[in-house]
Design a protein around this ligand. Sequence first.
Ligand code: CMC
Length: 431
Amino acid sequence: MSEAPKTATLTIDGENYELPIHSPTSGPDVLDIRKLYGQAGVFTYDPGFTSTASCESTITYIDGEKGILTHRGYPIGELAGQSHYLEVCYLLLYGELPTAAQLEDFESTITRHTMLHEQMGNFFRGFRRDAHPMAVMVGVVGAMSAFYHDSTDISDPRQREIASHRLIAKMPTIAAWAYKYTIGQPFVYPRNDLDYASNFLRMCFAVPAEEYEVNPILSRAMDRIFTLHADHEQNASTSTVRLASSSGANPFACIAAGIACLWGPAHGGANQACLEMLKEIGSVDRIPEFIERAKDKNDPFRLMGFGHRVYKNMDPRATVMKQSADEVLELLGVEDNPLLQVATELERIALSDPYFKEKKLFPNVDFYSGIILEAMGFPTSMFTPIFALSRTVGWISQWKEQLSDPAHKIGRPRQLYLGEDVRSYTDIENR
Ligand code: CMC
């Protein structure tokens, strides 16, 4: 016998309104308020979307209380340990793990789209040398709409697919070239005989004057960083991409919007901010001073790399990232690096401090990723571009899902207006 659909009753001024309740595969039930304004003439208020589901999705699931993250049902720990980035990209985009033939075909397609239109080099050269690579990425990715006209028609599924492949394939080249430009070195072209992560490392660190050997342990660590950042359901940048796309904007413009949102220190910019904070702390004896500042309500300082809107437990990505950090630092022989000592001690103190325990502030993925990236030789300004390139597949998968959802509409939130009521214009001499 099928169960009767669940509903909730809302009473306003003695009048009852029935709200349908949807039950997800996992997670809390969701109240459907779509008809509420039409029926009851009221809006709901939820700044920061702390209790609001903005869409249906089948891509990623997070249980923040238990510290669980799955993509298409597969736990992130298994994917980071047993799969690799391009296979996870396929899973996110198409919903299932690929067969060997599908994976080979997908990898070959992505590899063969890594080059940029040659004229895009001129576009990079228009920036100042001291431009932040995220500024360059926002500009160059947005400008892809001016170079790839044959994949901007969002009503054509084939064009949508080509745009997806192009974005995933070209993002490492764009990020690497943004870096090369800021250090005044020539752009390094992609090579089709290298895997995705190795290619990126080579485009960042090779110079024409000598051969560059990709270290397989570093390439594996790079691939794991990409995998751990691939998608994270309806976070700020993904919601930005969905909102931009809801107006029918082209995919390159939507992803540029996502990159812009990711840049902020409360989101993707936290890895750069975290490493800068570790440097500012400088030595273990200064940690208590910074812990006190983080707890002080009158001080805007926050411990970067700690806390998360959704995780009220250890960020499962941070658990894998910590293992990866240990491996990389051992390989590079920098276990006694002062930054690492500060990070290890900070983590220990924060995890045992009542303030952080009560507020459930655990280290997040950005706490460890910066340490690995710095040890690999990346400057802090490249941390967020690496997050952006990893997240591109998540943005694209969510964008693709949104466009194929028949219920999708332009995103148009309402507001709680607290400004002046209607008043008459006053001539300037009477003000
Ligand atoms: N240091 C000190 N106190 C903190 C911190 C922190 N890092 N994070 C939160 N708090 C406190 C905050 O002051 C507040 O206290 P109270 O309830 O007394 O006012 C309480 O914890 C809840 O904080 P919130 O700002 O209401 O929580 P939020 O869900 O809006 O913010 C966050 C989440 C990630 C923006 C925040 O924890 C933060 O700013 N963390 C540092 C930045 C960071 O590491 N961001 C990376 C997130 S992971 C990568 C990604 O997904 O982008």
